[in-house]
Design a protein around this ligand. Structure first.
Ligand code: NAG
Ligand code: NAG
Ligand code: NAG
Ligand code: NAG
Length: 354
């Protein structure tokens, strides 16, 4: 009797957890697409991993876009890991796509970041692919309406942000627009955070210029609007992750909205990342909550930041070990014009968490 009750409770719990699951970022599994897959016929779309039905349809009608979207999936993984390499949660679980652990399946702060980054990355990659001429459906972005200032004229090839935003959001928001996928609250959260990612991408559009004139005198400049690198956009989003707002799904009038959980009553801001579920501290290994723990993670004894041995190791202490680094040294300049160096080996002390 006792056992079956336990079983019932476990089943109920797993049902509740399933409710929260949304298929929103399963497309990142595209990063595993074998390079040999030709992707020049619509029936290839079925072979791609992690896509929901409407994404397979988008694949069929936009085949030429798929290599770019696969590249975007790889960018998301690389950039997420790099941006969080100094944190306890270091984005390593994104490799499990499309079968994530709870750190990315539930409405956590971590999933807020990954949704925002994914939305930004897909539009970024498409906008850039327009510029490099890799896509038949688009080319350079429009020449800005404003008249150029003194000393420069519009030229070059602008990143096609508009096309990137339209095609990128169509594809990456598709799972959240499905009727049967996860709870309403989760879908609202993911859509909001995806939009924050795109806002940061839009704000990253900046003027880039090239000098012309006699021997690079820069008497004439041509300028265009280009996007910042994805890693810089990811750093902006990491700051938003650190100050993200916890929200609840609350009825207001006839509909339910996500509103900040704390007492000061205000609507959610368009610029902030939001989450529904608090995360564990990621100190100890606990597969059930999607925490890998920080045992054996490298930490930095002299840092004051999140990679410091104190914070990274959660006060458990750390073990030193010796590591060899090979460097170029005794470099000599030879007339004219090359440099020769020797290779020197040096041992450095490094630390890993207990
Ligand atoms: C698709 O690509 C493969 C490999 O590049 C090639 O062998 C095949 O002929 C192509 N098919 C079509 C319909 O273009
Ligand atoms: C990220 O954390 C996991 C789990 O602690 C660890 O196995 C992995 O080596 C870490 N990755 C990096 C790049 O530090
Ligand atoms: C450790 O942190 C210090 C201070 O932030 C930094 O100068 C140093 O390069 C870091 N060392 C390593 C191995 O990352
Ligand atoms: C680290 O923090 C201590 C105490 O707050 C401070 O004295 C020190 O200058 C800081 N070091 C760095 C590299 O920021």
């Amino acid at each position: 009797m006792k056992l079956s009750l336990q079983f019932l409770l476990a089943a109920l719990l797993s049902f509740i957890l399933q409710m929260g699951i949304c298929y929103g970022i399963k497309w990142i599994a595209l990063s595993k697409t074998p390079a040999a897959l030709a992707l020049n016929q619509t029936q290839h779309c079925k072979q791609l991993e992690g896509l929901v039905v409407s994404q397979v349809q988008l694949c069929r009608s936009n085949l030429e876009l798929m290599q770019t979207i696969i590249q975007a999936a790889r960018e998301v993984i690389k950039t997420c890991r790099k941006t969080f390499s100094d944190m306890r949660w270091n984005c390593s679980s994104i490799d499990l796509a499309p079968n994530y652990l709870l750190d990315l399946e539930r409405g956590t702060r971590e999933s807020a970041f990954v949704y925002a980054l994914s939305a930004a990355a897909i539009s970024h990659t498409i906008a850039r692919a327009c510029t490099t001429g890799d896509l038949p459906g688009c080319s350079c972005g429009p020449i800005p309406g404003e008249t150029p200032g003194p000393g420069y004229r519009w030229g070059g090839c602008a990143d096609n942000l508009n096309y990137g935003l339209i095609m990128g959001s169509k594809f990456s928001d598709a799972p959240m627009k499905m009727k049967k996928s996860g709870s309403q609250a989760n879908k609202l959260m993911h859509l909001h955070n995806s939009e924050v990612g795109r806002q940061v991408l839009k704000a990253s559009l900046e003027m880039k210029c090239k000098c012309h004139g006699v021997s690079g005198s820069c008497s004439i400049k041509t300028c265009w609007k280009g996007l910042q690198e994805l890693r810089d956009i990811a750093l902006d989003l990491k700051n938003k992750y650190l100050s993200a707002t916890k929200v609840v799904h609350r009825p207001m009038g006839t509909r339910k909205y996500l509103v900040p959980k704390d007492i000061d009553i205000r609507p959610v801001k368009e610029t902030e990342l939001i989450y529904l579920q608090s995360s564990p501290d990621f100190c100890m290994k606990n597969e059930k909550v999607g925490s890998h723990g920080t045992q054996d993670r490298q930490c930095n004894k002299t840092s004051n930041g999140s990679d410091s041995c104190d914070l990274m190791c959660c006060g458990r202490g750390y073990n030193p070990y010796m590591d060899k680094v090979v460097e170029r040294c005794h470099c000599k300049y030879h007339w004219c014009c090359y440099v020769t160096c020797k290779k020197c080996e040096r041992t450095v002390e490094r630390y890993v968490c207990k």
